[in-house]
Design a protein around this ligand. Structure first.
Ligand code: SF4
Length: 365
């Protein structure tokens, strides 16, 4: 019987491990170790998608690398470019799973929003990704591959360099901690994206926030708050039942105490649900402690919700109230709405079923 061994995906190894694996491979073949460095340079700076492209290596070495290692590069199932320049990639993973990433140009910045899971188990009631359910975690290689693919596309289409990365696509990054933590290391050390230019967005997974706080790199944290008190939050963000606000705030204190890191709060503004001015005062109290910026995101209608975004007047009042309480707030412009690329709209065309809390909440309005 022939035994097939799974080839290691080099894209998913942190740089030290990738170097060690390659050095071991070349040493075993009696080849000089500088070939390992050469291979990694082509992989990281050159974005090589296959070993065949590494023409500086002898043919026999390229073939040997192909036998020993894999470079799992997802296929592009679709690219959609919005009228505002926002670009959504639909990636097809090796097992056929579909995930999305979004490139968002803004002034001299080009931000890439990447996915960490296929689907999401968190079931936030305003979010299409949550409705599509959880399918699986992405590997570190699959997370990094979205960056590599988007960077390649941006280069070929005159969009310039990706300046920022946000883990705000499909999935809850801190529910897929091992691969997400490795992907942070890889993006930072191998692809040279500064830690302060990478933001991990979480709905409030306390152990994950503590793990990020313990890291030496100053990655940024965005917390999807969406409600400033336990009673309302548990209806919009079900994870509030597992990690209630006081516990979440405690973990943010640990993150803040680690120093030099910025926290932002994300707050989706839904008409008549969480946009009352007095809620702005409660939100300000939390944000002030962390000198946190608040992003107010007008709810992006998802078909079938029946919910509406807050009115421009309600948004102004809410932002004004935060401002009066000494908190900086920005009303986010919806981006890429015409291609369903805005926050909470990524679903990769999976079937969506509104979760139960949504029905309870609307019935009580
Ligand atoms: S908002 Fe984020 S955490 Fe909540 S369901 Fe959507 S993808 Fe998951």
């Amino acid at each position: 019987m022939t035994r097939t061994t799974e080839r290691i995906d080099l894209l998913g190894l942190v740089p030290d491990d990738a170097r060690a694996a390659l050095e071991g491979h070349f040493a075993g073949r009696g080849v000089a170790s500088y070939r390992a460095r050469q291979t990694l340079e082509r992989l990281y700076a050159g974005l090589a998608a296959s070993f065949e492209e590494m023409t500086e290596l002898p043919v026999a070495e390229r073939e040997a690398l192909t036998v020993a290692f894999d470079l799992k590069t997802p296929g592009v199932a679709r690219v959609q470019v919005s009228a505002d320049g926002t670009t959504k990639h639909l990636w097809r993973m090796e097992d056929g799973e579909l995930v999305e990433s979004v490139l968002i140009p803004s002034g001299d910045r080009l931000t890439l929003c990447i996915s960490s899971q296929a689907g999401c188990a968190m079931a936030c009631v305003f979010c299409a990704t949550g409705w599509s359910g959880y399918r699986r975690n992405l590997t570190a290689g699959e997370i990094v591959a979205q960056y590599r693919g988007a960077r390649q596309w941006a280069g070929e289409n005159g969009r310039g360099a990706i300046t920022n990365i946000v883990y705000m696509g499909m999935g809850e990054p801190l529910m897929n901690r091992g691969p997400v933590m490795d992907s942070l290391t890889i993006l930072n050390r191998a692809y040279r994206v500064g830690a302060r230019r990478i933001t991990v967005s979480t709905v409030g997974i306390v152990p994950g926030i503590r793990e990020l706080a313990a890291r030496e790199e100053q990655f940024r944290l965005a917390v999807s708050l969406h409600a400033p008190n336990h009673e309302l939050r548990r209806k919009i963000v079900p994870v509030e039942k597992k990690y209630p606000l006081p516990e979440l705030v405690e973990s943010l204190r640990a993150f803040d105490a680690a120093g030099g890191r910025r926290i932002t709060f994300e707050y989706v503004m839904i008409d008549g649900i969480n946009d009352a001015p007095e809620l702005a005062d409660q939100l300000a109290e939390i944000a002030r402690e962390f000198r946190a910026h608040v992003n107010l995101i007008p709810f992006n209608p998802v078909p079938g919700t029946g919910w509406e975004p807050s009115s421009p007047r309600a948004l102004r009042l809410f932002a004004g109230r935060l401002d009066a309480a000494g908190v900086n707030a920005t009303v986010r412009e919806p981006r890429g709405q015409d291609i369903a690329a805005a926050c909470g709209q990524l679903a990769a065309e999976h079937e969506m079923t509104p979760p139960r809390p949504f029905i309870e909440l609307t019935a009580g309005r």
